[in-house]
Design a protein around this ligand. Sequence first.
Ligand code: 5AD
Ligand code: SF4
Length: 413
Amino acid sequence: MNKYDSDIIKTLLLDEDFEDVSTPEEANFVLINTCSVREHAEKRAIGRLNSLKGLKNKKPEVIIGVLGCMAKELPDLINHPVVDFLAPPDSYRNLVKWIKAKKNGLIPEYKNEQYSNIFISPNNISSYLSITRGCNYFCSYCIVPYSRGYLRSRPPNEIIKEAENLVKNGVREITLLGQNINAYYYKGVDFPGILKKVAGIKEIERLNFLTSHPKDIPLSLFDVMAEHKNVTNYLHLPLQSASNRILMRMRRGYTIQDYMSLVNKGRKILPDLTLTTDILIGFPGEKDEDFKETIMAVKKIRFDQSYMFAYSERKSTLSALFNDNLEERIKNNRLRYLIEVQNEITEEKAHALKGKELEVLVVDKAKKGGKIGKSKNGKIIIVNGVAKIGSSYIVKINRINGWVPIGEIKKEV
Ligand code: 5AD
Ligand code: SF4
């Protein structure tokens, strides 16, 4: 979501004849887009601000702005020695005025901001497209509803217009975005409805969506995925914990049994479904037996990949009031163990692809040679041989490097 927001900001600035430069040293103003979801993300952003102290001393006229959730959540950042202004997530339309006027302080936000009529210019064949902003769920650990506000769904015609504009500019892979994308609803159109409409744009070869909440997935979503060849058979479905006691304290609104049954139904309709998840370890009050339940579920469900985090307390959230926080040492030990378990599964799943032939869309150059490709179920494959970005090929997987499948082109599709 932040990458997409950065593209919105860039579009707003380029439209006003600002220019993009590649290093802070060349810039007249520097914008840092930030995330507050975990303490670690905030620490990294503060490290980045500290590293700009030398620049600000040498060139005091350089203007430095903090954008995004930290601008909303940490107003004291305005006192940081390099910071001139703070721009929270719904304030970006005011950014240009603010920079031109060289104003300091907190930029006011717009109510109901959806960044309508701003169409980002893609510089790749893959692009994000946000269809909702904010979230109405208050999972007890999560800062998002506070920093990004309540849920707003964009009108379908605007989403279609933006998708068509992306396609016109060469995009072939679109990832629809929402904090809880299944909560999308606009005048009778729900998430499966809008997914179907966007999938109808036939120039889109891969259509993905992030992030799904297990409480909100209707079974018709799997049917829409099955009916449309260009919708990737990929689902990111955060589990967070497999202990019902912890899930309840997290206010997630489902049990592990609900989650399992949803996954089983999804896998029945889409047998090649790639399934990834988020897991939050060390939530206040998590006991050894709760953690064991999570490990057992990870072994049973066999996610293709998990994004695993240790709990960090976030200001204003309900769980910040809980008084049974775990020691860092316990959280870190559990996290390390979980990562080991998942890594083994990820590796086994990657090796199972050896010898298989897959249809792959080439989306970019790979850093260490070859090209990056995406299979029809969202797997990332390194493609060797003469492959054109934007073309599809049948690729035979002949080796696995770590977890990354590497393949040779058999033929163009
Ligand atoms: N501490 C640690 N991880 C968190 N996440 C959200 N809030 C917190 C927190 N307070 C994780 C969740 C979520 C992902 C985006 O970040 O797993 O799904
Ligand atoms: Fe946060 Fe996602 Fe829960 Fe919304 S649904 S409160 S974004 S974890």
